[in-house]
Design a protein around this ligand. Structure first.
Ligand code: GTP
Ligand code: MG
Length: 229
C-alpha cells in the first residue's frame, strides 16, 4: 500500500503544553491550587478526597472534578463534602485538559482555593497528559504490591508526591513501605511520601497541612513575581 505523508506543520505536543501552562497560570492568579490524583482503579482516590474535602472545607473553598469511563458514582460520593462534577470519558482511559476546561465552569462556582482533579483509575495513560495541575499525586495502595513504582515508572516519574494508601491494611498484606519508597525513589528521587488511611483517618492531618503549605508557597511566589518591576 502506498504511503502518503501529510505535513501538519504544527507541534501538537507543544500546543498542549502551552495550553496546560496557560491554564495553570490562570488558576495561580485566581488563587486556586490544582491538585491531581492518579492511581490504579480502586486505590482510594475518592475516599481520600472525601476526607481531604471534609478537613479543608472548614477553612477553604474546595471544588472537585472526577473522571471515570462511566457513571456519576464518584461525584455523588463527593457531593456531600464539596461541589463536585463527574467527567465521563465514554471509554477514554484518561482525562485531557479540554475536558477539564469545559467542566470547570459547570461547578457551582469557580473561585476555589483548592481544585482537585481525580483522573480515571489507570497507572499508564494519565501520566502522559498535563491537565494544568500544580501538584501531581500518585496513590499506591497497600493491596497493590510494593513493586509497582518500577513497573509503572512514568506515573511515578512525572509525580511530585506519593500517597501510600490503605495503611490500616498493612498488618494483613505483604507490603513493605520501605520497599515501595525505595523503588519509587529509584524512578524519581525527589518524590515526597505520605502514609495514609483514608478510612481510619491516620495521616490525613499531615496530608492536609502539606496541601495548605504548598498552596501558601505557590501564592507567595506568585505575589513576589507580580510585584517585580
Ligand atoms: N481498608 C481501607 N479501604 C479503603 C481505604 N480507602 C479506600 N478504601 C476502599 O477501597 C475501595 C476503593 O476506594 P475508592 O476511593 O473508590 O478508590 P478510587 O481510587 O477512587 O477508585 P476508582 O475511582 O474506581 O479508580 C473502597 O471499597 C474503599 O472503601 C483505606 O484507607 N483503607
Ligand atoms: Mg474514584
Amino acid at each position: 500500500m502506498a504511503e502518503l505523508t501529510v505535513p501538519v506543520q504544527r507541534d501538537i505536543k507543544e500546543e498542549r503544553r502551552r495550553a496546560a501552562r496557560a491554564f495553570r497560570d490562570e488558576r495561580t492568579r485566581a488563587g486556586t491550587f490544582v491538585v491531581r490524583l492518579m492511581s490504579s482503579p480502586g486505590a482510594g482516590k475518592t475516599t481520600l478526597l472525601q476526607k481531604t474535602a471534609q478537613v479543608l472545607t472548614e477553612r477553604f473553598r474546595v471544588g472537585i472534578l472526577v473522571g471515570d469511563v462511566e457513571t456519576e458514582r464518584d461525584a455523588q460520593r463527593l457531593a456531600p463534602y464539596a461541589p463536585s462534577l463527574q467527567i465521563t470519558t465514554g471509554g477514554a482511559c484518561h482525562l485531557e485538559l479540554p475536558l477539564v476546561q469545559r467542566a470547570l465552569p459547570q461547578l457551582s462556582e469557580t473561585a476555589f482555593d483548592f481544585l482537585f482533579i481525580e483522573d480515571v483509575g489507570n497507572l499508564i495513560c494519565p501520566a502522559s497528559h498535563d491537565l494544568g495541575e500544580h501538584l501531581r499525586v500518585i496513590l499506591l495502595s497497600t493491596t497493590e504490591g510494593d513493586d509497582k513504582p518500577g513497573k509503572y515508572p512514568k506515573a511515578f516519574r512525572t509525580s511530585q508526591v506519593v500517597v501510600l494508601s490503605k495503611s490500616d491494611l498493612l498488618p494483613y498484606v505483604p507490603f513493605s513501605l520501605e520497599r515501595a519508597e525505595a523503588d519509587a525513589r529509584l524512578v524519581q528521587p525527589e518524590l515526597q511520601f505520605f502514609v495514609v488511611s483514608a478510612l481510619g483517618g491516620d495521616g490525613i492531618g499531615d496530608w492536609c497541612e502539606f496541601l495548605i503549605r504548598r498552596r501558601d508557597e505557590l501564592l507567595a511566589i506568585d505575589a513576589s513575581q507580580s510585584s517585580c518591576p
